[in-house]
Design a protein around this ligand. Structure first.
Ligand code: PLP
Length: 355
């Protein structure tokens, strides 16, 4: 794996941070690439490194054009704004990041009505979507866009079955609607499934990918789509203050991540599997298939999640509360196999919530 020498253990006096795969620090190789970046003024359209990143991502995802933006939230919201009109209906899964964790932005920025479809495991199917789409009736918000998330964060990093995505794409397009992918962790689906990034992206009109999750860049996401959609998103990016000047320094980190830190995601996936299979505690369970790098631990007992988080912190392990009775851990590039064993030991020695 180029650029990814095995990690040494996190020093014993430092926390092992598995709250997210966003907590990673730039590696020495990445910092060197950032320092060497050729830059221009991206608002004036002449930063060569940003242009290269956009071209590389568009090509990897098989889309006509791409736009570099500061965050996954901005990328998703630009996709909504560029592909809807105020008053339109947008259909997505109930646990979708766009709905749960983007500050209510679809209502504020695009004026759209969200229809959120609950599913058992986060895996939307075409029949779920068909049942949620409004009829062509003056009483209802007209459907415009369907959004999927691959991998699905709240569902535990699940990979959506590709046959179902293809079926959804065909059906959505047959109705004249558009399909957006929140692919913040599409890299993980690619590495774990072996499917090509362009094949994973093909059913979608627009795809958002993040470089600050798992891949280890400090900042940045890219929205890829057809030229017209990107032209619209470009105007809205400026309007929202997302135009950055010598952004090539940041784009260089993304290019480095793509070249040197994509294949090593396998290691995070292995570490997540070790956590899930090594869990040995009567009050803790992982109740989802661990497809990629996310492990959601279901915690029994009233206040069990808070008690577990406090215990882990006392053992030098940081995890994230993920709703009542749920704690999320994401192994990431800061950690070695030895660190994973330390985390497992901390989990398995939790005294329990005491009720
Ligand atoms: C699935 C998913 N989509 C979008 C985002 C938003 O990314 P950002 O934090 O860069 O805005 C996240 C963030 O963790 C995410 O997990």
């Amino acid at each position: 794996m180029p650029g990814s020498a095995p990690r040494s253990d996190v020093p014993i006096d430092m926390p092992i941070d598995m709250r997210s795969d966003t907590v990673t620090k730039p590696t020495p190789g990445m910092i060197k690439a950032m320092m060497a970046a050729e830059v221009g003024d991206d608002v004036l359209g002449d930063d060569p490194t940003v242009i290269r990143l956009q071209d590389v991502v568009a090509a990897r995802l098989g889309k006509e054009a791409a736009l570099y933006v500061p965050s996954g939230t901005m990328s998703n919201q630009l996709a909504l704004k560029a592909q809807t009109q105020p008053g339109d209906q947008v259909v997505l899964e109930d646990g979708a990041h766009i709905y749960r964790y983007e500050g209510g932005a679809p209502g504020v920025l695009s004026g759209v009505q969200l229809t959120c479809v609950p599913t058992a495991a986060g895996l939307l199917t075409w029949p779920d979507i068909a049942a949620a789409l409004n009829p062509d009736n003056v009483h209802c918000a007209p459907p415009a866009l369907v959004c999927l998330e691959n991998t699905h964060n709240r569902a535990g990093g699940r990979i959506l079955p590709q046959e179902e995505i293809v079926r959804i794409g065909q059906a959505v397009h047959a109705r004249g609607l558009r399909l957006h992918l929140d692919g913040a962790r599409l890299w993980h689906a690619h590495i774990a499934s072996g499917l090509d990034l362009a094949d994973l992206s093909a059913p979608f009109d627009s795809v958002s990918v993040c470089f600050s999750k798992g891949l280890g860049a400090p900042v940045g996401s890219v929205l890829a789509a057809d030229r017209d959609t990107i032209a619209r998103a470009y105007r809205f990016r400026k309007m929202l203050g997302g135009g950055m000047r010598q952004a090539g320094i940041l784009a260089a980190a993304c290019l480095y991540a793509l070249e040197h830190q994509l294949q090593r995601l396998r290691e995070d996936h292995r570490h997540a599997a070790v956590l899930a299979t090594g869990l040995d505690h009567p009050d803790l369970a992982v109740n989802h298939p661990v497809d990629t790098n996310i492990v959601i631990v279901d915690v029994a007992g009233d206040g069990g999640d808070e008690s577990l988080l406090a215990h882990l912190a006392g053992q030098g392990v940081l995890a994230l509360g993920f709703g009542p009775g749920r704690v999320r851990l994401i192994p990431n590039l800061e950690q070695s196999r030895g660190d994973v064993d330390r985390v497992l030991a901390a989990l398995n020695t939790w005294p329990g919530s005491g009720n």
